[in-house]
Design a protein around this ligand. Sequence first.
Ligand SMILES: [Zn+2]
Length: 482
Amino acid sequence: MTKQELYTLLEENKQQFFDASDAIWDAPELSLSEHKATEIYEKMLAALGFEVTSGIAGMKTAFSGSYGSGKPVIGILGEYDALAYLSQAAGATEPCPLTEGAAGHGCGHNLLGMGSLAAAWAVKKYLEAKGPGSGTVIFYGCPGEEGGAGKAFMAREGMFYGLDAALCWHPGSVNEIFTGTNNTSMQVEYTFHGLSAHAAGNPHQGRSALDAVELMNLGVQFLREHMPRTDCLHYAITNAGGVSPNVVQPKATVLYMVRSNNVPNTKALLARVDNIAKGAALMTDTTISRRFIDGTADLVPNEPIEKALYANFLDAPAPVYTEEELAWAAEIKKTFPPMDHMPGKGATDDPAIRAKVAELTENGTRPMNDFVMPFYHSNTQSPGSTDVADVSWQTPTSQISAATWPSGIPGHSWQIVSAGKTSIAHKGMLYAAQVLAATAVDLLEDGSLRAAARAEFEKATAAGYICPIEPDAVPVPVEEMM
Ligand SMILES: [Zn+2]
């Protein structure tokens, strides 16, 4: 099967994947509670002829679908969790929640998972045509990307070591290779336990858990001046102890996310935060319980696979937008101030690419970035985190971004939810599936590409993977912390 035939196969069979993506958009579920999505995927995988394994790595909403036999083995990663409080009507150009306070697909993961599944299915058709023993494709259903770090829990069990390569994509505003690395992150929940008492009548008998949370936060503010510039700390008070000021709050919880450039440094930073929590408990005569929630490693980029992805980006048929689609994108774009920077990592890091992107986007004014960004590879560190990183320590891994929403729109916004079922989103998802499928075929066919990817991977991961998830940690659904 030629690549052109692969692209056509996906084009002709796209509707089932669009429909399933829309169904997942219609039923947004928070991290590690993606039960409806899991049902949709597992049914679809079985119907498409994959061998399904459910409930992997101790998570009910983690699964895999495998097809084929023998080496090479190519993994394709999918995600399907939504974000809290982002409910929004599809296609609306103003904030318009469908259900006030409900979740919404503000990171496009309805598209992410289905684009990946479409790619895995096309690779399956390719392997089918070649016959038994020509290789294996595995689709991984990875829950909890927005919280819970499903892939890191899967990596804790060594699930990706057997692959020759893994591919992924993320919906975005640009068609670009994901390159560079990013921060490691760890989340820990601290719950303080005190004694309730009448705040006016018996204050001396009360011990305030809320005071402990406040003192812990104050201690962390002082820590900020004395940590490396690579480090950052974020927190959310998930239980402030209730709504009664006249009660000494007996229980309060704060969730911390700590980040640094690698796993050992993040562990060291977390140990300092742990000490501050202990200090706050001592100061307030309360006790503390600590629960490790999740962690993610720093991404290991892989230039040989990035180059293969790039060649296929240029080879596959890029989306062409209608006047109507462009007019809608322009309306959405107006809901944010004009862009003060050029989109894409290359444009951020490299002045020559920035100038080129300024030209291609007409200084960031075009509503859709309907072109492929210039090729750019780097090892520079982004501040955010992803659990794809944990896969990248176990097998050569690369990702792309495909344009599924208008230019200049930040992630995790109502605008992204609004875009998630549009024809623009569908076109971007199909394009991503075509690029991933073509690259998987390159990896299956081209031994020198696999060898180059492996050599770079071995060099970059010589220090060995340190799983950021603590050994006794269990996956915690985000709903449980709300
Ligand atoms: Zn995302």
